[in-house]
Write a protein that binds this ligand. Structure first.
Ligand SMILES: NC(=O)CC[C@H](N)C(=O)O
Length: 249
């Protein structure tokens, strides 16, 4: 079995994600060969592709929407007629999708601080993000993040924040619904903001969020050499492929 993972390649950090995805897949194949062999026996091949057309999107079992500029990405996606299919991918087929930075904006149901006239979103995460939370490009910074979903004992993750959005509100669609709880369980706060080299510290801002099949990060793991989040996400993709949907963490 081959699992096809796409990176939406309309604009932004596409190559960087593809490179870390390949490294993450290598890591999974070597780590599974050193455990009891159970995972190895069932570990499928991964195919990583750039997605610019409806046909390419249709091939994908999972998708990354990279960082870049969400307004530009939305305009190009509209021109290429990809929006309906993207929404179907996320909200009807419930395939695993991960958005980084501009990708998180695209996956939010609502966004504030948008350009005049608004911008089109794919949605899927019942959150409102605020764009450019920490200011402009020159106010970019890195901060050590504690991300509980990687494991409580794990070393902090070096988060790269470039005109980053944060989740300003987790919205209650149906009160007490499982979806709402999963958002909350999936939320990860930044800590160690004093490690920031530049710009505002994230403090308690929500910079990673998950709701069922949809995952978003404010920062750019693909701009580091740290493969842990890509490995974690590929495991989610594997689980989704095996079980038909994502399992709880
Ligand atoms: N680094 C980024 O992806 C920046 C995101 C950008 N501020 C947007 O809203 O699209």
């Amino acid at each position: 079995m081959t699992i096809t993972v796409g990176v939406l390649a309309l604009q932004g950090g596409v190559i960087e994600h593809l490179s870390l995805l390949r490294r993450a897949a290598d890591y999974l194949s070597t780590s599974s060969s050193s455990n009891d062999g159970k995972e190895l026996a069932t570990l499928p091949d991964f195919d990583f592709i750039q997605v610019r057309t409806k046909e390419q999107l249709a091939q994908c079992d999972a998708l990354i929407i990279p960082g870049g500029e969400s307004t530009t990405m939305a305009i190009v996606a509209r021109r290429l007629g990809l929006f309906d299919q993207l929404r179907d991918f996320v909200k009807v087929q419930h395939k695993p999708v991960w958005g980084t930075c501009a990708g998180l904006v695209m996956l939010a149901e609502e966004a504030s601080a948008v350009k005049k006239g608004g911008q089109e979103l794919v949605g899927g995460l019942d959150v409102r993000v605020v764009r450019n939370r920490y200011g402009t490009q020159i106010q970019s910074f890195v901060a050590d993040l504690k991300l509980p979903f990687l494991g409580e004992e794990e070393a902090p993750f070096r988060g790269v924040f470039i005109r980053a959005p944060v989740v300003e509100e987790i919205m209650t669609t149906t009160s007490g619904s499982p979806a709402e709880q999963e958002v909350k369980e999936g939320a990860a706060s930044a800590s160690g903001g004093q490690q920031s080299e530049r710009g505002a510290a994230p403090g308690d801002d929500i910079v990673a969020v998950r709701q069922r099949n949809v995952f978003g990060t404010s920062f750019h793991p693909e701009l580091t050499q740290d493969v842990r989040i890509h490995v974690w996400w590929l495991r989610q993709v594997l689980d989704a492929a095996r079980h038909g949907d994502l399992v709880a963490l």
